[in-house]
Design a protein around this ligand. Structure first.
Ligand SMILES: Cc1ncc(COP(=O)(O)O)c(C=O)c1O
Length: 424
């Protein structure tokens, strides 16, 4: 029976039983952190050979000695290795450092201080607006909030953002300068943009000449299923639509090799690259080419080896996702007190609790020793208008710990839902 069909007496008994179980959890002194989508130590161990796959004799790349200055936009071998990952040409790639967030921050910062392709720097405009498909990635929203951008929530469904709304904003408002997108296995919902959505993105007719799509393809090879659906290559689609300068695409090996010490890249049109390089050339002489060649050697220069490596991640991650989904199906579905996504890849399960309970659930979990991502984090300004969304990040804990954490989580969902009904 669904919880909202319980009588007052049944609800009270249900809540008292939950409280008893909750006290037992508190007595266990749990200490689990599920706040970020971090790879587990076992996942990091999959790439241990990165640390010894090169020697001093391997430092010569097509761009020269990796230990030295030079090779500004990255070694050609690395660009060739990662080009198929994004369906782009190697010469559309600029290799960044260990974090694609640096590349995202750089592009926004450049637009603010110098302007994209000779357009007025955004910092000199009265208003700059960004479209933010929600729920989305908190660190994207943090960057635009930091620069004072007005962020506009765009609802998403299983095919991607509401494109009617995106087209309307982009074609009617010159202050709309960008949109954040995680097109493959979105953080946190795990959705994959449909071909129609990607084509509609490529065919946008922005009023602002310097409108850019910030296409963060962080999870492009992070499948948790056989025969995964892979999104259309956005650069090519934009080119076909005559919009080749409209997109900056980002990716990294943060969740392929080492989260703290991978390589990242920006892929975009040659004209955009030439523009951005005016700033980048002042920013660095080159990013870490030793790490780039290390990645090339580790994967023997072959993209298929990257995919094979990702299968090893899948073997470690899949049981964890299954644990989360089984628990939700068993404990929450019969009570009708939540909805969630069943992602085919990526790092998260997005859970929607009854309206007005997400903060309470996160607090209850925290008070019993399990830290989750803050409620609201997946929305601009950290404000979930319905206080419903919670991001579940199953990657870091081992399955037995995760099971414990999920037992507590479902209990807290039950408690918060019962409290809401009892107080209605
Ligand atoms: C969508 C998305 N983009 C980027 C990142 C961070 O990437 P990087 O480590 O390359 O900065 C994450 C990490 O969680 C993410 O979820």
């Amino acid at each position: 029976m669904e919880l909202n069909c319980y009588s007052q007496a049944q609800l009270t008994a249900f809540y008292e039983e939950c409280q008893k179980q909750y006290s037992a959890f508190q007595a266990e002194n749990l200490k689990l952190d599920m706040s970020r989508g971090k790879p587990s130590p076992k996942q990091l161990d999959l790439s241990a050979d990165l640390l010894n796959c090169v020697s001093n004799d391997d430092m010569t790349s097509e761009a020269g000695d990796c230990r030295n200055y030079g090779g500004f936009d990255g070694i050609p071998e690395a660009k060739k290795l990662f080009a198929p990952m994004l369906g782009v040409e190697p010469d559309e790639i600029f290799m960044f450092g260990n974090a694609s967030l640096q590349a995202m921050y750089f592009t926004i910062s450049y637009a603010f201080t110098h302007g994209i392709m000779g357009n007025t720097p955004w910092g000199k405009l009265d208003k700059v607006k960004f479209l933010c498909p929600v729920p989305g990635y908190d660190r994207h929203f943090r960057i635009t909030e930091f620069f004072g951008v007005e962020m506009i929530n765009i609802p998403t469904d299983e095919n991607g953002p509401d494109m009617d709304l995106v087209e309307k904003y982009v074609s009617e408002d010159e202050a709309v300068k960008g949109i954040w997108c995680v097109p493959q296995y979105s953080n946190p919902s795990g959705i994959v943009y449909s071909d129609e959505v990607v084509k509609r993105f490529a065919g946008l007719k922005p009023l602002a000449k310097d409108f850019r799509i910030f296409w963060d393809n962080a999870y492009c090879v992070h499948h948790l299923c056989d025969n995964p659906r892979v999104i259309l290559p956005i650069l090519e689609e934009c080119r076909k639509a005559g919009n080749e300068d409209m997109v900056y695409e980002f990716a990294s090996t943060s969740k392929v090799t080492f989260s703290g010490a991978g390589v990242s890249l920006l892929a975009t049109s040659k004209a955009n690259l030439a523009d951005l390089k005016k700033g980048l050339t002042c920013f660095t002489i080159s990013f870490d080419k030793v790490n780039q060649i290390r990645h090339v050697k580790f994967f023997d220069g072959k993209f298929e080896n990257v995919l094979a490596h990702m299968e090893k991640h899948r073997a470690l991650l899949e049981p964890k996702f299954n644990c989360v989904l089984e628990m939700l199906n068993q404990e929450i579905r019969p009570l009708g007190i939540g909805e969630w996504t069943e992602p085919k890849g990526g790092y998260f399960v997005s859970f929607n609790a009854p309206q007005g309970t997400a903060k309470r659930i996160v607090q209850l979990c925290k008070d019993a020793g399990v830290v989750l991502t803050g409620a609201g984090a997946a929305f601009p300004y950290g404000k979930d208008p319905e206080d419903r969304n919670i991001r579940i990040a199953p990657s870091y804990p081992e399955v037995d710990e995760l099971k414990k954490a999920m037992e507590l989580f479902v209990l807290c969902v039950k408690m918060a839902s019962a409290e809401k009904l009892l107080n209605a």
